[in-house]
Design a protein. Structure first.
Length: 236
């Protein structure tokens, strides 16, 4: 069961859709969440479904649905705090595809990460047409030559393909084993160009620096402890 519930009446005008579901490095989710906050995009609805655990999220003391819809006349953002199980991505993608077709969405943009041992800040692009790929190349996006995209993002891309909805996937390099706000900021820089909006990512970069500093300290502490353990073992 999937119900897409709009609590606010919005007269959409060929909007662009941005999807930020949990995935590798949480970069898509982080980028989409920061986007709605920075651009002050209001929540206009939610997705009620038995495909996700029935969990109440809490923000500033208030209960919020785990799968939410933000938007205005020109932009719709889908955010889920919980990942759709792989075996349940098809009905989710089909419902969202029907919603997008109904509201004459001009373009769907999926945000995701691509795991690597040494991220360089590179962002890869996938598009549903040669024109889209050409436009991505013009703004400095390297086209992904081969691969696969799984999870909610992959399912939604495939459904857009079936329904002839122009679609893009932006894949940011990330370590993959921890939240990566720095890679998310790279996605936001590209999104800004695609939707013609200025997105200030200073706070996200600051968050990245704090996280990197904490991880660096943790790594040093572990290294120091390992050396002490090795030293103690020599005299046991």
């Amino acid at each position: 069961m999937i119900d897409i519930v709009l609590k606010e009446e919005v007269k959409f005008k060929n909007p662009i859709v941005i999807e930020g579901f949990p995935g590798v490095g949480l970069v898509g989710h982080i980028a989409a969440t920061y986007l709605v906050s920075e651009l002050k995009i209001p929540q206009i609805g939610f997705i009620r479904t038995d495909l996700l655990p029935q969990v109440s999220m809490v923000f500033n003391g208030k209960v919020v649905p785990p799968a939410r819809i933000y938007g205005n006349e020109k932009l719709i953002v889908f955010i889920s705090d919980l990942a759709f199980p792989d075996i349940k991505t098809y009905p989710m993608a089909m419902a969202l595809g029907d919603f997008m077709k109904k509201h004459n969405v001009s373009k769907s943009i999926s945000l995701a990460g691509i795991g690597t041992s040494a991220p360089t800040g590179k962002i890869f692009g996938v598009g549903s047409s040669e024109d889209i790929l050409l436009n991505l190349s013009k703004i400095g996006i390297e086209i992904l030559p081969m691969g696969s995209i799984s999870g909610g993002s992959g399912a939604l891309l495939l459904e857009c393909h079936h329904k002839d909805i122009p679609s893009i996937a932006l894949l940011a390099e990330t370590y993959g084993n921890r939240p990566d706000p720095r890679s998310a900021s790279g996605l936001l820089n590209i999104i800004g160009k695609l939707i013609n909006k200025k997105i200030d990512t200073k706070m996200l970069i600051k968050e990245a620096e704090q996280l990197e500093s904490a991880l660096s300290k943790l790594s040093k502490d572990v290294e120091d402890q390992t050396k002490r353990d090795e030293f103690d073992a020599m005299y046991m």
